[in-house]
Design a binder for this molecule. Structure first.
Ligand code: AKG
Length: 410
């Protein structure tokens, strides 16, 4: 190591800078309580680009460095600071919830919704065979020649989209199928979205997954209700189990991008430019109550912590990741956090990232207002009441990264 060690701080390029994706500012008291924080210095490598990246090498900061180090490693215990591969795990920052342990899960979920707005769910009950079947169908579809995919109904809102996300100029290195996930529309879309080949196989795999993931999402919402001691256990889950629930299902495909590989290796520009070039899905919050993401074993998903630090989410094909959405943030009067997230295409991916996401939304005419269990005596409301339909109308006029609750703020 020729260069002197650098203190933790926001990365600005170069191989021996700190990764802004694993650090955390000192001054977040809520996280300090639950996660062990350690000051660190980076002595080599990167930390934000996922599988295949040069492993980041770190060392605990010494006494003198501790004073000035602006970032702390999250959840790293002393014994983990240097594992045999010098590889940092950020698993500790992402709460893991075992749905087979409901007593423990309900409190853990509430805490995760408050602190991070994001958590991983294991023992979720969605059959792995159903997931595998749908992943195979998704790969079959995305592997079709472009002209065949272009024949499928354009995503307006339901159908196939390539690179263009929404109608307001957002683009990403992604192609996708956006599908309805409420029982009525799920039947009618079979005829309006013409999937080439054995479409029956495709639609059956979608139905099976949507049904099972919705059930899991309901369970999570019921646990939240129990954790909050709400009167009705189904006070939240009924919004997405309703026949008229306006829920979506999305299959995303992010092909590896060899051209960008070159860009990354030459690294002439600044780090931010490089990341912009590799945006698969730009940063945003999800609009609905909650979303459940499952991906194959390819990295790319990143979430933003409360202090603005981005962290990479290690993929886990056997689990689901749950995001709190804007509706739940509004219903909790801001106590739950609608998490900003994005997908960055890796510069050394061996295979495409394939993700499937269930977005659990309420019926269109549902009035969104803070639930009494979230309101302390005399607490001021952060948002006006709005219907889900009003939110959607307003959101359709915004770009992906905008704060779409802004229009409803008091
Ligand atoms: O592909 C992913 O993992 C996440 C994509 C996403 O955030 C979305 O489709 O809204």
């Amino acid at each position: 190591m020729n260069n002197p060690p650098k203190l933790g701080g926001r990365r600005s390029g170069g191989d021996d800078q700190v990764g802004d994706l694993i650090g955390h500012r000192r001054e977040d008291p809520s996280l300090k309580q639950s996660i062990e924080l350690k000051p660190f210095v980076v002595i080599g490598g990167r930390g934000d680009l996922g599988a295949g990246e040069k492993p980041m090498e770190i060392e605990p900061a010494n006494k003198e460095q501790e004073e000035t180090a602006p970032f702390f490693v999250i959840g790293l215990r002393k014994t983990q600071l240097k594992n045999p591969n010098n590889h940092i795990s950020i698993n500790d920052v992402i709460p893991v919830v075992d749905l087979m342990e409901p007593e423990e899960a309900k409190d853990l979920i509430v805490k995760a919704c408050e602190e991070v707005g994001f958590f991983k769910v294991v023992n979720h009950g969605v059959p792995i065979e159903a997931i595998d079947k749908l992943e195979a169908e998704a790969l079959r579809f995305f592997g079709l020649p472009q002209h065949e995919k272009d024949q499928v109904a354009p995503a307006n809102p339901y159908g196939y989209g390539c690179k263009k996300i929404g109608n307001n100029g957002d683009v990403g290195l992604v192609e996708y199928l956006l599908l309805a996930a409420n029982p009525e529309l799920m039947v009618s879309q079979r005829s309006s979205i013409a999937i080439p080949g054995d479409s029956q196989l495709f639609w059956n795999a979608v139905s099976e997954n949507v049904g099972a993931v919705r059930e899991m999402a309901c369970k999570v919402l019921e646990m939240i209700a129990q954790g909050l001691k709400m009167e009705e256990k189904n006070g939240l889950s009924k919004l997405i189990s309703d026949e008229k629930s306006d829920s979506f299902f999305r299959l995303n495909h992010y092909p590896p991008c060899p051209k960008l590989d070159e860009v990354a290796h030459h690294r002439v520009g600044d780090e931010d430019d490089e990341r912009k070039l590799r945006i698969g899905f730009g940063e945003h919050t999800d609009p609905q109550l909650i979303s459940a993401i499952r991906s194959n074993d390819t990295t790319g998903l990143q979430i933003c912590l409360r202090d603005g630090t981005w962290v990479s989410v290690p993929p886990d094909p056997s689990s689901f990741f749950i995001n709190v959405g804007d509706v739940l943030q509004a219903m909790s009067n801001g106590r739950f956090r609608s998490v900003r997230h994005r997908v960055v295409v890796g510069d050394s991916w061996k295979e495409a990232r394939v993700s499937m996401i269930y977005f659990g939304g309420p019926p269109l005419n549902e009035k969104i207002a803070p639930l009494p269990c979230f309101m302390a005596l005399g607490e001021e409301r952060l948002y006006h009441d709005f219907t889900w339909c009003q939110y959607k109308n307003s959101a359709y006029m915004t770009t992906l990264g905008e704060n779409r609750l802004f229009h409803f703020q008091h």
